[in-house]
Design a protein. Structure first.
Length: 110
């Protein structure tokens, strides 16, 4: 499994470098046929997107395996996400209370 992930990461990195090379290559600045350049760039980007989709599938498969073999880990992650969300909402409520206090003091001072 680990070598599969390394291969996918290497493929993604190679496709990304291919995109950069294609768009920054001096050869393309000397070519008068813009369709040739466009086709080359489109192919490079499509390859990058395809490899990115493969990587996404790999991680989804790993997530599925994790949920099957260690369901408690998924529950722990969900609990942690909920705690973070509650903390963010508590901070938002606190800011609203502060603004309400400011507005009340402004209204009462008039």
């Amino acid at each position: 499994m680990a070598s599969s992930a390394n291969t996918i990461v290497d493929d993604l990195e190679g496709a990304f470098h291919g995109c950069l090379a294609c768009m920054t290559s001096q050869e393309h600045f000397n070519i008068s046929d813009s369709d040739e350049v466009k086709t080359s760039v489109d192919q490079s980007i499509q390859k990058f997107l395809d490899v990115a989709k493969q990587m996404e599938c790999y991680f989804l498969q790993q997530r599925t395996l994790l949920s099957i073999y260690k369901p408690e880990q998924i529950i722990k992650e969900d609990i942690q996400e909920l705690r973070q969300e509650i903390a963010v909402k508590d901070a938002l409520i606190e800011r609203h209370h502060e603004k309400l206090t400011q507005w009340q003091s402004i209204i009462t001072s008039r």
